[in-house]
Design a protein around this ligand. Structure first.
Ligand code: SAH
Ligand code: SF4
Length: 371
């Protein structure tokens, strides 16, 4: 009788070694001590990792060979591979990466964006992913279409910035967590990554140049408010009443507008910060004058500003953007309620730039090619 074979599928993130780029400086110092090496070894390491940006322990030539070997035994040193780069006429570029386990994620580089999130207009902004897929299933979004695969590790979040800087030759100075996934659902890994991105020994990007977008995880918004980091927060509102939000964002059934706005208020007060509301305009769903007036009232009450974004069509989904006249009408109602609001005639419409779209398109192409 043949022996019975059982196949156990394990989550790679739990079986592989921790990656060296998931560690803080203090943790590297602890490691140096454990290996009877002086503390300054940790400084040397972060200089190799985030200054010189080497891709193996072997290249850290001023570390003793024995120490490098032990690091290699204990930690992974993974990389993400660029498998596709799309550039559009207005020079927005989209990067598709393959992770060590084969999963695909994407980042978008938006040079010289018009005054995004209060930053100067000459900033180069990168939009990065925090999860493979997304579990929140917003009805209009490509990222949710394929369901959720896994959280990104801290190093996989940081590596998107390093890879885009390497591929584009540009220095990035503004970060938005608006790629694939729900950042606040991957809270601990996200915080680890942000600390590395923000640290002077890491990528040295100021917290006020880091914006996190959430579909409305109220408890985690409060948790973030209690963190010392002064990152900016954008809320994907997309509806000014529960009826509209319920229709397109399942999260609203768990944390309705009242709960969400109470958490937003807590964040804004605790951080003394002006929040942003993202509002995608979808024809005949959330673009009525009544929604505009209600949105204006909500934003005024919270002292928030509003970014209107015309919906980017997603293949296979029935939604579309309102006409430019309808978009302008919505904006002018907000302006007449004296709320700071911008209409982002966003770049990259022609390169599948909305979250999750390039990955979805590539996956479909690969599936068609192999079927
Ligand atoms: N999960 C987080 C962050 C990623 S989505 C969130 O939902 O906020 C980033 C932004 O892109 C969100 O505001 C989201 O609603 C928006 N978005 C998703 N699909 C879009 C599309 N097809 N067109 C325009 N914006 C889209
Ligand atoms: Fe997830 Fe954000 Fe897309 Fe909703 S909009 S499915 S939360 S990525």
């Amino acid at each position: 009788m043949p022996e019975k074979i059982s196949i156990v599928v394990l989550d790679v993130a739990t079986v592989t070694k921790i990656d060296v780029k998931a560690l803080q400086l203090s943790e590297l110092e602890d490691k140096a001590q454990e290996f009877a090496e002086p503390d300054y070894r940790a400084r040397q390491m972060v200089d190799w990792l985030y200054g010189k940006r080497v891709q193996s322990f072997d290249e850290m030539s001023d570390l003793p060979r024995e120490f490098r070997n032990r690091l290699g035994q204990e930690f992974a040193f993974s990389r993400i591979d660029t498998i596709r780069v799309l550039g559009s006429r207005d020079t927005t570029r989209k990067f598709l990466f393959r992770l060590a386990d084969g999963n695909l994620i994407e980042s978008v580089l938006i040079p010289a964006s018009p005054a995004l999130y209060g930053s100067r207009s000459d900033r180069r902004t990168i939009c990065i992913s925090t999860q493979v897929g997304c579990a929140y299933g917003c009805k209009f979004c490509a990222s949710g279409l394929d369901g959720f695969s896994r959280n990104l590790q801290p190093n996989e979040i940081v590596d998107q910035i390093i890879a885009v800087e390497r591929e584009s030759g540009e220095k990035i100075d503004n970060i938005v967590f608006m790629g694939m996934g729900e950042p606040l659902a991957n809270f601990d890994n996200l915080m680890r990554a942000i600390r590395i991105i923000n640290a002077p020994w890491g990528l040295g990007i100021g917290a006020r140049h880091i914006t996190l977008s959430t579909s409305g995880l109220a408890p985690q918004i409060r948790q973030l408010a209690d963190e010392p980091l002064q990152v900016r927060l954008a809320i994907s509102l997309h509806g000014a009443t529960d009826a509209v939000r319920d229709q397109i964002m399942p999260i609203n059934r768990r944390y309705n507008l009242e709960k969400l706005l109470a958490a937003c208020d807590y964040y804004a007060k605790r951080k003394k910060q002006r929040l942003s509301f993202e509002y995608i305009l979808i024809a005949n769903v959330n673009d009525s004058p009544d929604q505009a007036r209600r949105l204006g009232r909500i934003a005024r009450r919270l002292g928030a500003k509003i970014n209107l974004i015309p919906y980017n069509t997603v293949q296979g989904l029935p939604w579309s953007r309102p006409s430019p006249e309808q978009q302008d009408r919505f904006l002018s109602i907000l302006h007449s309620s004296e709320v700071p609001a911008t209409l982002r005639r966003e770049k990259g419409h022609d390169i599948e730039a909305a979250c999750g779209q390039l990955r979805l398109q590539t996956k479909r192409e690969l599936e068609t090619a192999t079927s």
